[in-house]
Design a protein around this ligand. Structure first.
Ligand code: CP
Length: 307
């Protein structure tokens, strides 16, 4: 494939071939992280900027390691000590950093659309590392990569995505990714946390976790996003845990063999029990490992497409 996109802003705008191409490139990069010297020269001389306006452990670290394994230089821009605190706009911030001849911005922001705004204002590549409730494309790509690694395919896989669908950029990107690649997706959660009309994206809706997890290959639990819930969407955390929390004992008798996934960070004891998170069918740390290869692929393709 002749990759032409300088930005990766969401999976909504990618077609099946483009998504599969990123996963194929990621597969070739995965081996790099197992070498004694974990480096290839693919982006030597390029500069990648981590521009995170929201906290992150996995995504920020993973992008930094991915860039370094491609031999790029990395700048971790510290928002809290920058002139953003004096009122400088995100566009001015990005344009001033770009004037120092950088090649790529990795952008996380609490406002949906912020990476799109930056991408229209700079010539450098822009990668969305999570924007508000909108998309988190590299999370979905690493989830797809992990499922494909386990099952050898995505088409025909049955996945139940459970929890706070309404506020979840991870759910949105995964719905685009899994449906485009032919998986059967069910979303499940309290009615207040399921966006109206979500069936139009090709998913089924269930309000019962017992029904949703019956006969699936993957149970994908979402973090309860307390920071985005400005109203009371359910009576209490213990009620949420009782109805929608995944506790292995509760599902001990499930006949189907399934794998458990979670994007992190986990609220242990709310959407997932510690026991469930640590069981042998949990793919949670494998997802994190695969994040490096997937982000190496995304950086490689986008940065090389900047003109
Ligand atoms: N999954 C994820 O985006 O985690 P972080 O918020 O730690 O980056």
């Amino acid at each position: 494939m002749n990759w032409k996109r300088k930005d990766l802003l969401g999976l909504e705008e990618l077609n099946r071939e483009e998504i599969e191409y990123i996963l194929d490139i990621a597969r070739s990069f995965k081996e790099v992280s197992t070498r004694p010297v974990k480096k290839v020269p693919a982006l030597r001389g390029k500069t990648i900027v981590n521009l995170f306006f929201e906290p992150s452990t996995r995504t920020k670290t993973s992008f930094e390691l991915a860039a370094k394994r491609l031999s790029a230089d990395v700048l971790n821009f510290e928002v809290s000590t920058s002139s953003v605190s004096k009122g400088e706009t995100i566009v001015d911030t990005a344009r001033n950093i770009e004037a120092m001849k950088v090649d790529c911005f990795i952008v996380r922001h609490s406002v949906s659309g912020a990476p799109y705004l930056i991408s229209r204002s700079v010539k450098a590549a822009v990668i969305n590392a999570g924007d508000g409730c909108h998309e988190h494309p590299t999370q979905a790509l690493l989830d797809l990569f992990t499922v494909r690694e386990i099952f050898g395919k995505i088409a025909g896989i049955k996945i139940a995505i459970i929890g706070d669908i309404f506020h979840s950029r991870v759910a949105r990107s995964n719905i685009w990714g899994f449906t485009k690649l032919g998986a059967k997706v069910t979303v499940c959660g309290p009615p207040t946390l399921i966006p109206p009309g979500i069936q139009k994206t090709g998913v089924e809706v269930s309000y019962s976790i017992s029904e949703a997890v019956k006969d699936v290959d993957i149970v994908y639990l979402l973090r309860l996003q307390k920071e985005r819930q400005q109203e009371n969407f359910f009576p209490s955390h213990s009620e949420y845990r009782n109805f929608f929390g995944f506790d292995h004992n509760k599902f001990r008798d499930l006949k189907n063999k399934f794998f458990l996934m979670h994007p992190g960070p986990m609220n242990r004891g709310i959407e997932i029990s510690t026991q469930a998170a640590e069981k042998e069918n949990s793919l949670i740390l494998q997802q994190v490992t695969n994040g490096i290869a997937v982000r190496m692929a995304v950086l490689y393709l986008t940065v090389r497409s900047v003109r």
